[in-house]
Design a protein around this ligand. Sequence first.
Ligand SMILES: [Zn+2]
Length: 275
Amino acid sequence: MCIAFPQHQFSAVKIFPMAVNYRMSSKPITITLRFYEELNDFLPAHRRKVRFRRSLSHNTTVKDVIESCGVPHPEVDLILVNGVSVDFTCRIKTGDDISVYPVFETLDISGETRLSGRPLRRLRFLADVHLGRLTRKLRLLGIDVHEHPEGGDAELARASAKSGLVLLTRDRRLLMRREIQRGYFVRSVHPNEQTVEVIRRFDLRNSLAPFIRCTSCNHLLETVPKDDVRHLLKPLTNKYYRHFSRCTGCGKVYWQGAHHKKLLGFVNWVSAAAG
Ligand SMILES: [Zn+2]
């Protein structure tokens, strides 16, 4: 299959001060927090995998407290306040002990308040425009990944919320937008590692269907007779290849050309690495 990946460079993780929009209140609040598993990726070293104390000058919601620690709310699936599961709107009080968990893969928490909602029947994604190479690699594997190239953060967040697409981004500030319900902060900066990371995180290994989707526009491919595309082929392609597919969206023509073996190697590598 002849496909070329553009050579984008990824920006580093955006570092920003964590501002909290607390409501004014005269009483200081002291709480303790503990973040579990991969949520620790967002914390400074001294706060990882330990319970730590925070003092706040104002009353606020548990969502604001969690995000003030640097953890975007779409990464969170369960919050326990004093051992009781709560949603993001829960207002904290002094002395509260807060435990924050990511999406569970093996532990049954069906009786608790899962914050990421019910599992999607068919996972579809909306990728930040800065994740162009990841987007194309996921499409190569048959995964449904949309883009919103012309919009800013607000448009991207609205599109994710309206469509139910899972937002993939490396912008923590974007993930913290209130309207986003499903999202994931891609940890790695390397497109191959990012691909494995997303497949593992969303348990997509058994859903891979390589070479069925256009890497440029995400539409599905259809098999076409050579005569239908012959006028688009270069002489050597016309001479050596017999089987062709065409994108049902943009019309781009695909065939198993010189790069196919390399792409097949990538598919096999991802399947093994994600296992
Ligand atoms: Zn296309």
